[in-house]
Design a protein. Structure first.
Length: 362
């Protein structure tokens, strides 16, 4: 089964925050960066919105040049503290969707969904939810790529900006990449590309059609990396599983909100199975079991139980979850999402298989 990796990248981040806070700027060219001083200013653009990009403006362009191209634009000074705060708020949202999360800089993050989704269709649903939640709670848009590797996901998130979702399945990797300019590969910038162009390599398809030994001969180690990316080979993990990992969790949204116990039960079983696959693989034991439930309208509850010692027992987790769920069984609203989280983890300790009888005193 293919991995499912998300790369999330906010759209014209700094500019988006300023437009959110001053809606009159909406639809106008907005440039964040140095003061243009009517064309005499020094310094560069940090970022600009898509309206400004129509004039050829982009990050790192000298502000004086920007002013010549777009004198009627709205030029604002960056407010780093504000962006940092907003970035943290966005990351808090993203992190909830998978423990296997990696923040990259201020406006990007990877999420590994391999262990918590069954296919790309389900990943797409989660992706839409992420976009909706970020827009609703933070008020800005985010573009997301879904692909079998980190590098493909990153290329994909840039494909359909702003507010886009781009899915690259294993069978569409070649089609997706072949006609792209090589600068779409992270690590090939305007300067590096010249070396590749000189050898007749302009499109990613050209890299794919060049044998690996030739790439290594021409471009050394970098050539190998580029060739791997172009061929969809990149096994970098989003997050190494290590001792600091605090929990393992998964959640699922219903196709349509439901109040049918059987549907809810089967979702819990599904999620629990997924989590335990990973639990077994990494030889983890856990002490705390948490139920998460969201009703229509986004109201969300969590309920936890902590056991007296570490266990590894799929059936027992389900029993606890159903016990915790009882509290909500007569809730008037329909259920939108359910999730399970196992925390208080320990590794490399021989798992204690339990049966329900041994817990009857709890
Ligand atoms: P990016 O994600 O590269 O750019 P962006 O979010 O503005 O636009 P896009 O929609 O294409 O993703 O960078 C994130 C923020 O980092 C950006 O809003 C401003 C800041 N930044 C700089 O200050 N200088 C730079 O040269 C770049 C590239 C970004
Ligand atoms: Mg961005």
């Amino acid at each position: 089964m293919s991995r499912i990796v998300l790369h999330c990248d906010l759209d014209c981040f700094f500019a988006a925050v300023e437009i959110r806070d001053n809606p009159q700027l909406k639809g106008k060219p907005v440039i964040i960066g140095a003061d243009p001083k009517e064309g005499k200013g020094r310094g560069v653009i940090s970022t600009c919105n898509y309206e400004a990009r129509k004039y050829g403006l982009h990050s790192a362009m000298p502000i004086s040049q920007a002013y010549r191209r777009c004198p009627h634009g709205f030029y604002l000074k960056p407010n780093g503290n504000k962006y940092f705060k907003v970035s943290n708020e966005v990351m808090d949202i993203l992190e909830k969707y998978s423990d296997n999360f990696q923040r990259v800089g201020t406006d990007e993050a990877y999420l590994e969904l391999t262990e918590i989704t069954k296919d790309f269709e389900e990943a797409e649903k989660i992706t839409k939810e992420i976009q909706e939640e970020v827009l609703k709670k933070i008020g800005i848009t985010i573009s997301i790529g879904i692909a079998p590797t980190k590098s493909l996901a990153k290329i994909a998130s840039d494909e359909n900006k702003p507010n886009g979702i781009t899915i690259v399945k294993p069978e569409t990797v070649y089609e997706f990449l072949k006609d792209m300019d090589i600068t779409r590969i992270p690590g090939i910038g305007k300067k590096t590309k010249v070396y590749f162009y000189k050898k007749g390599i302009k499109k990613i398809g050209d890299i794919i059609n060049t044998p690996l030994p030739t790439m290594i001969k021409l471009f050394g180690k970098h050539g190998r990396w580029i060739w791997n990316v172009a061929n969809g080979l990149d096994n970098r993990k989003v997050k190494e599983f290590h001792e600091e990992r605090k929990s393992i969790s998964a959640e699922r949204t219903f196709f349509s909100d439901t109040d049918k116990f059987n549907e809810i039960l089967s979702k819990f079983e599904d999620i629990n199975k997924k989590i335990h696959k990973s639990i077994l693989k990494h030889q983890i034991t856990y002490k705390t079991i948490t139920l998460k439930i969201r009703f229509e309208g986004f109201v969300t509850y969590t309920r936890s139980r902590t056991l007296p010692f570490h266990i590894q027992d799929e059936k027992y987790v389900l029993t606890i979850i159903l016990e915790l769920f009882k509290e909500f069984s007569n809730h008037k609203k329909k259920v939108r999402l359910v999730g399970i989280k196992l925390s208080n983890l320990e590794r490399n300790q021989r798992a204690r298989q339990t049966n329900l009888i041994s817990f009857s005193y709890i």
